[in-house]
Design a protein around this ligand. Structure first.
Ligand code: UDX
Length: 458
C-alpha cells in the first residue's frame, strides 16, 4: 500500500518533537504539526520549547538541511507523508482513564485531511483498544463512500525516557509494532529501517534493536505493562527501604546485591522519594482503571501507587521527627524536576513535598538547575544557587539527584545552615562526608550507622 514515503508527526510535545527530529536525522523528510503558535514559531526556528539533551542540535540540523519542517496545517502535512505518527498528549482524565480529547481532535483532523492511502501510527499512550476506536473515528469522518482500506492504524508504543529521549529513540532495545494489516506494519518497520540496522551517522553496530510485530491490543498492553512493571520495581525497593530502617539494614547494599542476579537486574532499584513524571502515575492508574472496568481487582497496581505516595510523606515524617515543630522551620529543597536532566515538573515529588511543608507552616526555599518556578506553587521562593538556598535552613532535603548536587561541599553547607539535618531523598550522598561536616544524615532506608551488637560478637 505504501512506498518509501515522507513522514508526518502530529503533535510536537516531548515525544512528537523527538520523533520528528530523530526521523529527520536518519534521513526521512519529516513534517511536524503543532497547533500552538508560540511553540510552532520556536520549532520552525530550529529550537525546542523544553529541555531535552541533544534535541536542539537535531532540530537545527533538520531545519537547516530541509529534512524537517513544522506547520499547523494538517492538509500540508498529510499531503507530504504516507506514514503519520500520532503523538498528541493524553493527560490524566476521570476515574484514572487518560483524557483522549486531543487524540480525538487529531483523529478528526487526520480524517478530514486524508485524500490518499496513509498508515496512522499511534505513539500517544492510549487505553487498550484505542486502535479500533481510532479506526472507527477516522472512518466516521471519511464517510461511507470512502474505501476504509485507504488507511490502517498501527500501534507503536514509545519507551523514551526524558533526559535521554534522543538516545533512547536512536538506539532502542526493541521496537514494538501492532497492527491488523501486515503491509501497514511493514511500512512502519521500513521507516525504522535505519534504526533497526543502525545505518545512520552515529549508529552503533552493536546496538541492533529487536523488532516485535504483534496485534494492536497486545502492543498497546505492552506499553502499560512495561511502565507498570518499572513503577512496581521502584515501589518494591521503596517498601524494602522502609523495612531496612526498622531492622537497621542498608537498602543500597540490599539493592546492589539483588541486582547482581541477572533475573532481577540492578536497574530501577534505587530507593528514594519515589517516581514522578508524566508517565508512571498516569499509566499505572490507567491500567488499574482498565482492570476495574473489566470487574478485576488490580491490587498490586494499587499498592504500587500507594507506596509511591507514601514515599513523599516519609520525607515529611522524617522532617517532623527531627525539627519539632515543623511550623516556622526553614527547609531547603534541592531539586524540583521529577528527575535530573529535565525541566519537567509533572507529578514531581518536590511539588507534593513543598505543598505539604507549606501546609504545615514550614518555610520552604528551593533550588533546581533548570526549574525556576512552578505554576502550581506561585509562592515558592527559588534561588539560582544551592548554597544560597541552604542559608539559615534547619534542614536540607535532596529531592532530585542532579550531578552538581551529588557533589555538594558539605563544609560550606554546614557553615551556612542554622540547623544540621540533611535528608538524602535519593540516597546519593556519602553519609560519612555529610557526618564529617557535623551534619546529621538521614537517607531513605540507609540512615543508620550499623554497629554490631555485643551479642553479634562471638
Ligand atoms: C518512563 C519510562 O522509563 C519510559 O520507558 C516511558 O516511555 C516513559 O516513562 P521517564 O518518566 O522519562 O520514563 O523517566 P524514568 O527514567 O523512567 O524515571 C521515572 C521516575 O522514576 C523518576 O522520577 C525517577 O527519579 C524515578 N526512579 C527511577 C526511581 O525513583 N528509582 C529508580 O531506580 C529509577
Amino acid at each position: 500500500m505504501i512506498s518509501d514515503s515522507g513522514i508526518s508527526v502530529i503533535g510536537s510535545g516531548y515525544v512528537g518533537t523527538v520523533v520528528a527530529a530523530c526521523m529527520a536525522k536518519i534521513g526521512h523528510e519529516v513534517v511536524g504539526v503543532e497547533i500552538n503558535p508560540e511553540k510552532l514559531a520556536m520549532l520552525q526556528g530550529g529550537s525546542s520549547y523544553f529541555y531535552e539533551p541533544g534535541l536542539d542540535e537535531l532540530l537545527r540540523d533538520g531545519v537547516d538541511n530541509g529534512n524537517l519542517t513544522f506547520t499547523d496545517d494538517y492538509e500540508l502535512a498529510m499531503a507530504n507523508s504516507e506514514v503519520v505518527f500520532l503523538c498528541v498528549d493524553t493527560p490524566p482524565g476521570e476515574g484514572g482513564h487518560p483524557d483522549i480529547t486531543n487524540v480525538t481532535a487529531a483523529a478528526k483532523s487526520i480524517g478530514m485531511a486524508m485524500h490518499s492511502p496513509h498508515v496512522i501510527v499511534t505513539k500517544s499512550t492510549v487505553p487498550v483498544g484505542s486502535g479500533n476506536w481510532l479506526t472507527s473515528t477516522i472512518e466516521n469522518v471519511l464517510g461511507d463512500d470512502v474505501d476504509s482500506d485507504v488507511f490502517s492504524v498501527v500501534s507503536n508504543p514509545e519507551f523514551l525516557r526524558e533526559g535521554s529521549a534522543v538516545r533512547d529513540f536512536l538506539h532502542p532495545e526493541r521496537i514494538v509494532l501492532g497492527g491488523t494489516h501486515p503491509e501497514a506494519v511493514d511500512a512502519v518497520a521500513a521507516a525504522y529501517d535505519p534504526i533497526l540496522k543502525q545505518a545512520f551517522p552515529g549508529g552503533r553496530a552493536t546496538d541492533h534493536p529487536i523488532l516485535v510485530k504483534t496485534d494492536r491490543s497486545t502492543a498497546e498492553t505492552i506499553k502499560y505493562a512495561a511502565n507498570a512493571f518499572l513503577a512496581t520495581k521502584i515501589s518494591f525497593i521503596n517498601e524494602i527501604a522502609e523495612i531496612c530502617e526498622w531492622v537497621n539494614a542498608d537498602v543500597k547494599e540490599v539493592a546492589r546485591a539483588m541486582g547482581l542476579d541477572s533475573r532481577i537486574s540492578a536497574q530501577f532499584l534505587q530507593a528514594g522519594v519515589g517516581w514522578g513524571g508524566s508517565c508512571f502515575g498516569k499509566d499505572v492508574e490507567a491500567l488499574a482503571a482498565t482492570a476495574r472496568a473489566h470487574g478485576q481487582d488490580p491490587s498490586l497496581l494499587e499498592a504500587t501507587m500507594a507506596v509511591n505516595f507514601k514515599q513523599r510523606h516519609r520525607v515529611i515524617t522524617k522532617l517532623q521527627q527531627h525539627l519539632r515543630p515543623l511550623r516556622g522551620s526553614r527547609v531547603a529543597l534541592l531539586g524540583l524536576a521529577f528527575k535530573p536532566e529535565t525541566d519537567d515538573v509533572r507529578d514531581a515529588p518536590a511539588i507534593t513535598i513543598a505543598k505539604e511543608l507549606a501546609n504545615r507552616g514550614a518555610i520552604v526555599r528551593a533550588y533546581d538547575p533548570l526549574v525556576k518556578q512552578i505554576p502550581e506553587l506561585p509562592d515558592l521562593q527559588t534561588s539560582s544557587d544551592p548554597y544560597a538556598v541552604v542559608q539559615s535552613a534547619d534542614a536540607l532535603v535532596l529531592v532530585t539527584e542532579w550531578d552538581e548536587l551529588r557533589h555538594l561541599d558539605f563544609e560550606e553547607v554546614a557553615s551556612k545552615m542554622r540547623g544540621n539535618l540533611v535528608i538524602d531523598g535519593r540516597n546519593v550522598f556519602d553519609p560519612a562526608r555529610v557526618r564529617a561536616a557535623g551534619l546529621t544524615y538521614e537517607g531513605m532506608g540507609t540512615g543508620h550507622e550499623i554497629t554490631p551488637r555485643a551479642s553479634d560478637a562471638w
